[in-house]
Design a protein around this ligand. Sequence first.
Ligand code: ADP
Ligand code: MG
Length: 318
Amino acid sequence: MIVIRHLTKQYPTHLAVDDVSFEVGARETLVLLGTSGSGKTTTLKMINRLIEPTSGIIEVNGIKIGERKLHELRREIGYVIQETGLFPHYTIGENIALVPRLLQWDERKIQDRTRELLAMLRLPETYLNAYPGQLSGGQRQRVGLARALAAQPAILLMDEPLGALDPVTRSAIRREFRQLEEIRKKTIVLVTHDIREAFELGDRIALMDGGRIQQIGTPRELLLHPANDFVRHFFADQWLSLQLHVFSLEDLSPYLPDEQTPSPDARIFPAHTQLADVLQELAGPESVVFQANHRFITVQSATIWPALGQLLQNQTAS
Ligand code: ADP
Ligand code: MG
């Protein structure tokens, strides 16, 4: 859906993006991860032509973006930024309806879509007539997302969308994102410097440094098979906790004892659930049950760790 080949942005004094190539498939979320100044934002802004490349090719749906009319391209691509870019003197309703109005949707359809988005992003309808300044940072960020989604673009570009929020709010919004069907079916390029965010939201991660992609792959590939020392060191601090994001209950199942007859009040989890999400639910010594390979398997916080230890030993041995 998005194809990028040998993309370079040379400023007079600085090579911001240096020969970057990647593809983003339909419905895929690719995260551009890296420290400040690594070239993430410049790469993202070249996709919707806010910045013109020095050289290289960008295709969206098989067509070079330089050959598209700018307003048509931007209509297909939603864009969410940290500062939200909401107009302070427009109401929340007017902010969300901005693009549908430009596209001259009829007023009824605009109202329906606006209310649908508010409900989806859990914003009360009474906010329709409020102004951005009256909302909290987290609520403004949801409005920014609603506005980007309003005209149903197939592609969403997000630049540190949660960057201005506190860690607890960030984590809660991330969990909601992952559960929203409308977001899951979009092609997304998300920029962040937050490693956990990248692991929670990315189908694949492109780790950037000095304008170059150091490695691109699934979170599991980057963590278990780092391409070089830079990648290895980048994740070193959080190496253990990140395992909880790349392994599921099913991965753990060979290292856990069977449960013959799960108790009737047992909480049953899908086998593909990430271990991080399981631990979030497991407060204290209680257990959860899941089914994999026709077995019922019980897991408790006390048994997750030894089983994970064995799993890791096998992973690094293989
Ligand atoms: P990131 O989003 O990863 O923090 P950016 O893409 O914003 O990084 O910037 C990458 C590099 O390019 C930085 O070193 C930045 O200083 C430089 N840069 C960005 N914009 C310009 C510009 N207009 N002129 C010169 N250098 C720039
Ligand atoms: Mg940036």
